[in-house]
Design a binder for this molecule. Structure first.
Ligand code: TYM
Length: 325
């Protein structure tokens, strides 16, 4: 069986971008492939964090994986820091990683610019090496992620090739890179729609956990009235009807794509359905589709939280104690 790995950072709450760009696409894969889905807590400490919040977010993220339909009897679900080999491999890989490769990473440049030099730990720079070790450790074939991870995946591939070249030995060289490799070179799986869900308040920036305004994102566990309110207030434009793929209308394209994904319709059907609609008539449709799609996830996650509560699981208890793995 081909192998798939992926993960989400336990920072803040899981939002619609994480879901449509990644988690939702993991569900179908667990039936066909060997899948490993982890909660990448070690990546979450590369920016300032609160230990209590981190442990709560780690458990919450695990609950969301399960509530979204990850089946722990098919997939391996675990916390990255519980498997020490991730960090051990990272150290070995970092000795083969040219520092220039890391300096070029867009996410590093953006995050370090925001935080300021004095607040940037070395781990923010070496973050992609840890991500590469998460993937290469398991000789993964595919990695389902959103578009913002494309560059990190490219680095992972280059690093695998470099290690194979440097340390693959004679067999690797003799076979011209077709055998005797140390690492498999993994492929990203980036979905055709949903790979880049944009902010509700600015169609040119991506929906993110770190944006200061909660109005800019739909969190998977947002109550109905909060979702309705966020859609009511989200940014639109002054064109009269709705359309896909107009570069001057990023908000319109984004909201139509979200509608397409949560309603389960095709792009053509949505284009047809919405071509005569204005914002006033589209927003209630989108709100209803979102609430309906998220309802079972919210129901399931409530069940999981109540079970944990009833069985006496405390907030700071390690996830391994929950026997999820
Ligand atoms: P993270 O926690 O930032 O995001 C988790 C997943 O959600 C996707 N994503 C989005 N997709 C569409 N639209 C958006 N607005 C949006 N925002 C986030 C991300 O692309 C990602 O797939 N470095 C990774 C976590 C990681 C990882 C790994 C992933 C660590 N090791 C190994 C795969 C394999 C990250 O920070 O994701």
């Amino acid at each position: 069986k081909k192998r798939i790995v992926s993960g989400v950072q336990p920072t803040g709450s899981v939002h619609l971008g994480n879901y449509l760009g990644a988690i939702k696409n993991w569900i179908a894969l667990q039936n066909t492939y060997e899948t490993l889905f982890f909660i990448v807590d070690l990546h979450a400490i590369t920016l300032p964090y609160d230990t209590k919040e981190l442990s709560k977010a780690t458990r919450d993220t695990a609950a969301i994986y399960l509530a979204c339909g990850i089946d722990a009897s098919k997939a391996s679900v675990f916390v990255q820091s519980h498997v020490h080999a991730h960090v051990e491999l990272m150290w070995l890989l970092s000795s083969a990683t040219p520092i220039g490769w890391l300096n070029r990473m867009i996410q590093f440049k953006e995050k370090s610019r925001k935080a300021g030099d004095e607040n940037v730990g070395v781990a923010l720079l070496t973050y992609p090496v840890l991500m590469a070790s998460d993937i290469l450790l398991y000789q993964s074939d595919f990695v389902p992620v959103g578009e913002d991870q494309k560059q990190h995946l490219e680095l992972t591939r280059e690093l695998a090739e470099r290690v194979n070249y440097l340390y693959g030995g004679r067999k690797w060289k003799k076979l011209g890179g077709r055998g005797g490799a140390i690492f498999k070179v993994p492929e990203p799986l980036i979905p055709p729609a949903g790979a880049r869900v944009m902010s509700l308040t600015d169609g040119l920036s991506k929906m993110s956990k770190s944006a200061p305004s909660d109005q800019s994102r739909i969190n998977l566990l947002d109550p109905k009235d909060v979702i309705a309110n966020k859609i009511k207030r989200c940014k639109t434009d002054s064109f009269s009807v709705l359309e896909f793929d107009n570069p001057e209308r990023p908000e319109c394209n984004n909201l139509l794509s979200v509608y397409q994904l949560v309603s389960g319709k095709t792009k053509e059907d949505v284009a047809k359905e919405c071509q005569g609609l204005n914002w006033g008539s589209f927003k209630p449709l989108l709100t209803d589709a979102l609430i309906e799609h998220l309802h079972p996830i919210q129901f399931q996650s409530n069940m999981i939280f109540s079970t944990w509560l009833l069985t006496g699981v405390h907030e700071n208890q390690l996830l391994s104690d929950l026997q999820l793995v």
